[in-house]
Design a protein around this ligand. Sequence first.
Ligand code: ATP
Ligand code: MG
Length: 332
Amino acid sequence: MSKQIVVSGIRSTGYLHLGNYFGAMRNYVKMQDDYNCFFFVADYHSLTTHPDPKDLKANVFRVVAENIAGGLDPEKVALYAQSDIPEIPELYLLLNMLAYKGELEKVPTFKDKVRLNPDNVNAGLLTYPVLMTADILIHKALLVPVGKDQEQHVEMARNFAQRFNHRYGELFPEPHPFNFGDNLIKVPSLDGNGKMSKSENLNATIFLSDDDDTIRKKIMKAKTDSGPTEANSEMPEYIQNVFLLLKLVSSTETVAAFTDAYNGCTIRYGDMKKQLAEDMIRFIAPIREKALGLQQDEAAIRKILKEGAEKARESASRTISEARKAIGINYY
Ligand code: ATP
Ligand code: MG
């Protein structure tokens, strides 16, 4: 039986963080043997905020290096830059004809961006979910490993796929968000406001490139309180967040010990954060060191991206001819 097709991307907007790792990269690594995987650096998606042209290449190369440092094997997957695949913007244009202004304006992430940056409400921002749909459908993907924050965008991709199929005949499978385990993950920011992110909440985000001391400082500042006063009381959300991080990087014994201490009202959050910091460092340091090493070798990253683009274009060119034909762009 042929392998199921998987697509997912990471924007080249900054340094990768724990959320990117646990929401996306960890799935990529687990899927690379058993699925037909297309993973890309979403450099077009990063242009919505007009980054300095000087920074683009380093940002793209860093995302590649950090993914490989996290365990991704470019031999097993197609790892490419979105801008190397011209079939993606072509499919984006075709899909834009099926996407309506009203539905795009209602997308919560769009509304957030409008609120945060009212002076930069460009059409690229509005049609972001359409470009994301093109990213996915260009390989006819079934599964899209993403964090919780992208769930709704994948749902839109599913709607656009249905709409295309309905109008022009069955071409695209319906893509679904995916995470090993049950639910999609949201790694919360350390200040309890939203999620860790590459472009917001930077001081409350733990990056895979943070040095040991920075990790300690950030974790020690995470919001806690003086502890519960009643046995087995409900955890406030900011305490749940610290426990969530502990579960990601610490042993089950450690998590159980602090959970018992919480329930018995003997917990000392200072100790818990110290333990969390050390476990976090043990998790991050090897990825950070490996990524630094890989980034020194630009030629190697260039080669990976070129080979990845070749693999991706093979599949993309097949899909775009089918899409053009379905629409009737089939003249000669
Ligand atoms: P930006 O702030 O530039 O949007 P980002 O940190 O949100 O950056 P993206 O490039 O938008 O990262 O997303 C890459 C992948 O990482 C997506 O699959 C997304 O769902 C996932 N992801 C991002 N942040 C988190 C998080 N805090 N928890 C879980 N998954 C996350
Ligand atoms: Mg994002």
